[in-house]
Design a protein around this ligand. Structure first.
Ligand code: FES
Length: 717
């Protein structure tokens, strides 16, 4: 340690740290530009010059090591003048008009100009004439704004160990920062970590998507997969653990947010993948399959018998409905110490994962396995137990949560919809799941374009239907089913007809087919009413003996519950809450918002558990840390062809092998490929480790730095 004095303040500082860093840490501002706390210093901009007693010339404080007894002044007439001159030289080649800059109001250079009092118009302006490069994924290179501070070059080379960017000289001797071989970033093996944009003080290298344009926070924009997951599962953290081969730790990360990691590994609708930044580079990460691999290789080391279990509170909660929302809420309420009973109307819990989604997609032993863990936690489960009057339960329980889902198929009001061979999605899938007679013939027409419609069509195939057509209003590119569902169904011989209106179901006593018309346009107007424009003269008919409506579901049995109901018999809850219209009764999941996804149901269950815990006198904090701390190495290094690494595909049985049975056919990513897939991650979260710039208005010494102060400060090593 050394004792130095800066502007009259005596500081005890580590002698291996430069004076600028020590001053900033002690709350003393010294202007700086090329310096960044996460990068090695290069001392090129001279913004940080200071006077040192005994030195003839001012010296950059970012390269100055402290010596015992050193006396430093951050400002003097000479220093101020030199800073103005240095900054004006930099500004001579920088566009003069800040107001058109995307970084306006968020630019370090702009704030530095204000502090130093520099004015670009005093210099003879040079135009760099660099072309704005917008051909890269995720990033824009706008080198006319570059002031050659070199932060991006050091971030790429030294912080990340990648070395894609460097200084280069044009024929006219103008120096630029550019890619080493002058190629686009992907062809230079850029890792697209975003460190260059993060440290750039001017916006010369910046994200294509700026936070202000999206209304998202910086963190949401930086790590979009985590933000997109309804439960905010820490995707980069578990992907990194998988890459390291630590599947126990990866699974513990997922279990911090969701008690059904294996189920999710099979059927999560993976909205995280839609927002994955890797998608801009080539193909999104296979996040769901990585989760599945972790779940299948977990030994329970970090969570089984561990995690939170608060002492018993003496409060009793009844959860009605054993789907993912109800099971999740029950699990966390039990962990908060409440006595939880879950009542399920069907013979088994699991909701759509047990009775809706076919077994070839969601093997039932996995659902049962994860429900058993919830029972092990102490949740009492009563099956074959239908609750009709939840209000009556309040005599026995302190709170009641309704998570009964949407288990009633919707019959569209159209000609022929009451013919005997017209079936409803939920009944059909439930009967198929339970091995019961479905009432299906040989030529089946499914109406609907979501995953449930494909479940119906593909189940019909497996149950022996010979010709299956699936038609929906939506055009192919906006169908709500997952692409893989659509593609696999087509491989299995199912005919998919997007952009169709359902005119009528034909037949007098029995279904003979459906009349359709082509849809020219389908959208919702300002009153959220569906508008369908049909193509004139496009009437056509598809013959069939069975029609399955897969056009939506609604809750069953809510009408007589004595609660306020909303659209399609959903249960109304107070805004921003899960509280229903009767005190002590709560509702969550599909029964509130309609049919969504398993991961949304899990998040709804978590939110309900937090609110009910608070209602019962708890603090509502259901968070738990299960995974070990992760060491993140910011030096990711170069990898040849990184931007071109293809998404690893799961191992699938062929259409012929799978189309006549309900056996599992998707075996996920294999052992040989899993590390490779996890290694494709851009590790966007590393960017959040980079320190944000500290601007002069954060420091108290910037108003009146002068004058001797009788202070003593110790700067930690
Ligand atoms: Fe010290 Fe640039 S910040 S020379």
């Amino acid at each position: 340690m050394a004792i130095i004095t800066i502007d009259g303040v005596r500081l005890t500082v580590p002698d291996d740290r430069n004076v600028l860093e020590s001053a900033l840490q002690a709350g003393i501002y010294i202007p700086h530009l090329c310096y960044h706390p996460d990068l090695p210093e290069n001392g090129s901009c001279r913004m940080c010059i200071v006077e040192v007693d005994g030195e003839e010339q001012p010296v950059p404080s970012c390269t100055l090591r402290p010596k015992d007894g050193m006396v430093i002044r951050t400002r003097s007439e000479r220093v101020d003048k030199l800073r103005v001159l240095a900054l004006e030289l930099l500004l001579a080649a920088h566009p003069e008009d800040c107001s058109t800059c995307p970084k306006y109001g968020n630019c370090e250079l702009q704030t530095l100009m204000q502090y130093v009092g520099a004015n670009a118009s005093r210099m003879r302006v040079r135009i760099k004439g660099a072309r704005m490069e917008e051909g890269n994924p995720l990033l824009i290179h706008d080198m006319n704004r570059c002031v050659l501070c070199g932060r991006c070059v050091r971030a790429c080379k030294k912080l990340r160990g990648v070395g894609v960017l460097d200084y280069t000289k044009r024929e006219d001797l103008e120096t630029f920062v550019a890619t080493v071989h002058g190629k686009l970033l992907k062809d230079e093996d850029c890792r697209f970590c975003g460190a260059c944009a993060e440290v750039c003080p001017t916006g010369s290298i910046r994200d294509k998507l700026q936070a202000a344009e999206t209304g998202k926070t910086k963190e949401e924009l930086t790590v979009p997969c985590r933000a997109a997951c309804p439960a905010h599962t820490d995707v980069p953290r578990y992907v990194r653990f998988v890459k390291q081969g630590d599947y126990d730790a990866a699974l513990a990360v997922i279990r911090e947010k969701a008690p059904f990691p294996k189920v999710l590994g099979y059927i999560c609708n993976h909205v995280c993948e839609l927002d994955c930044k890797r998608r801009e580079v080539n193909e999104a990460m296979s996040i769901r399959n990585i989760k599945r691999y972790a779940a299948e290789h977990d030994t329970g080391k970090y969570w089984r018998g561990k995690g939170k279990q608060l002492p018993d509170t003496g409060k009793k909660v009844c959860v009605v409905g054993g789907g993912p929302a109800g099971l999740t809420a029950a699990y966390y309420l039990r962990k908060q110490g409440h006595d939880v009973t879950l009542k399920e109307a069907l013979p088994k819990c699991g909701g759509m994962a047990q009775y809706g989604i076919p077994a070839y997609r969601m093997p039932r032993n996995i659902v049962d396995e994860e429900i058993a863990i919830i029972e092990e936690q102490g949740v009492k489960i009563e099956t074959n137990c239908r609750v009709e009057k939840p209000v009556d339960l309040l005599k026995e329980f302190d709170a009641v949560l309704l998570t009964i889902g949407s288990h009633e198929g919707v019959r569209l009001p159209m000609e022929g919809s009451d013919l005997p061979e017209v079936l409803l999605n939920i009944d059909f899938l439930q009967n198929a799941s339970m091995g019961k007679e479905t009432g299906m013939g040989k030529r089946v027409i499914v109406l609907g374009g979501g995953n449930v419609a494909f479940d119906c069509a593909r189940s019909a195939k497996r149950l022996g239907a010979e010709e299956i057509h699936l038609a929906c209003l939506e055009a192919r590119d906006v169908m709500t089913a997952d692409d893989e569902e659509i593609e696999q169904a087509q491989e299995e011989g199912i005919f998919v007809h997007p952009a169709q209106t359902f005119e009528r179901i034909t037949g007098t006593d029995h279904v003979t087919g459906v009349d359709f018309m082509n849809v020219k346009a389908f959208y919702f107007d300002e009153n959220r009413r569906a508008v369908i424009e049909k193509e004139e003269g496009s009437e056509h008919h598809i013959e069939g003996d069975t029609v399955i409506f897969a056009t939506g579901q609604r809750p069953q049995g809510t009408v007589d519950m004595g609660l306020e109901l909303g659209r399609a018999n959903s249960i109304v809850v107070k805004e921003g809450s899960n509280a229903a219209s009767v005190d002590g009764i709560f509702a969550a999941g599909d029964v509130v918002y309609g049919t969504k996804s398993v991961i949304m149901a899990i998040e709804a269950g978590r939110e309900a558990a937090q609110e009910i815990d608070r209602y019962l006198g708890g603090d509502g904090d259901i968070s738990e840390v299960l995974a070990p701390e992760q060491v993140k190495d910011p030096c990711i290094g170069k990898e040849e062809g990184f931007g071109y690494l293809a998404r690893k595909q799961p191992e699938l049985k062929t259409a012929e092998e799978r189309e006549d049975n309900f056996n599992q056919f998707d075996f996920g990513i294999c052992d040989a490929d899993i590390c490779g897939e996890a290694s494709r991650c851009l590790q966007c979260d590393l960017r959040l480790m980079i320190h944000p710039p500290r601007l002069w208005n954060e420091f108290s010494n910037t108003e009146a730095a002068e004058g001797n102060k009788e202070e003593e400060v110790t700067v930690n090593a």
